[in-house]
Design a protein around this ligand. Structure first.
Ligand SMILES: Nc1ncnc2c1ncn2[C@@H]1O[C@H](COP(=O)(O)OP(=O)(O)OP(=O)(O)O)[C@@H](O)[C@H]1O
Ligand SMILES: [Mg+2]
Length: 241
């Protein structure tokens, strides 16, 4: 196993001299599903935004496949093989499914073929390709957001709470979809609030609290760890390590 992504000593935040993330480290194995969990305000979204170059980094390094990518510009993301799926506003609601996909495919030389491949991967999107994206169900909207992220054949997909706001059944389908991407060699790093569901499909888990690393380990071990229960089920608040 080898890491496709490593983060070392990361300090990042929105306001100068006020870091949200402090000395954060992270390692993501190739073609794995890795989940970041932690209480509200722990810095989970900030961490994946910092990896994607969407939040200023004041110290530390982000390394993708051996190359440092700390503080990339958003327009470099695609060329580096990174895709980022925000929690909200991740599709254009007033455009059709086909128009949404066409937008992200516009730079690909083989865009017609790639569109067909995406429709083959996500048959519900093919069936509704003329429908307005805003009219889709929550699960299908997330499917479209994932399809848009995959359009340019990324190595690493970053997703912020892809199952938020969905029913448990549809949330499980979205997490299964994230899991299935790893079978195609895509690495997935996601933030989740649906902790138990996410841990059942993930390989590895990193827990953040108050902008710092807390615990990490194989997802199966974390699932049976009583400390996770303390953090999430209203027990004793666990301070940062
Ligand atoms: N755009 C912003 N400007 C300033 N501060 C922000 C901004 N976004 C988040 N923060 C602050 O950064 C800290 C970490 O927020 P972040 O959104 O990364 O947490 P999170 O772990 O994703 O939480 P949640 O589970 O609620 O999504 C919080 O204190 C938050 O108030
Ligand atoms: Mg968040």
């Amino acid at each position: 196993m080898s890491a496709i992504l490593t983060v070392e000593g990361l300090e990042a935040g929105y306001v100068r001299d006020l870091p949200i993330l402090r000395q954060v480290r992270l390692s993501v194995e190739r073609a794995s599903l890795t989940v970041i969990i932690g209480p509200n305000g722990a810095g989970k979204s900030t961490l994946i935004k910092a990896i994607a170059g969407l939040v200023p980094v004041s110290a530390g390094r982000v390394v993708l496949d051996g190359a440092e990518i700390t503080g990339i510009r958003p327009d470099q993301m695609g060329a580096l093989g990174l895709a980022y799926v925000p929690q909200t506003d991740n599709i254009f609601r007033h455009l059709s499914i086909r128009e949404n996909l066409s937008l992200v495919l516009c730079r690909l030389p083989d865009r017609a073929q790639r569109l067909d491949e995406l429709y083959a991967l996500f048959p519900p999107l093919a069936a509704k390709h003329k429908d307005r994206a805003g009219a889709l169900s929550g699960g299908q909207r997330q499917m479209l957001a994932v399809a848009m992220a995959l359009a340019n054949r990324p190595r690493l997909v970053l997703m912020d709470e892809p199952s938020a706001g969905l029913s448990p059944k549809i949330a499980a389908e979205v997490l299964d979809l994230a899991r299935s991407l790893t079978g195609q060699g895509v690495t997935v790093l996601l933030v989740e609030q649906n902790v138990k569901q996410a841990l059942r499909v993930a390989d590895h888990c990193w827990i953040l609290a108050e902008g710092r690393n807390r615990i990490d380990g194989p997802a199966a071990d974390i699932l049976s760890d009583p400390v996770v229960g303390e953090i999430y089920l209203g027990g004793k608040r666990v301070g940062a390590a």
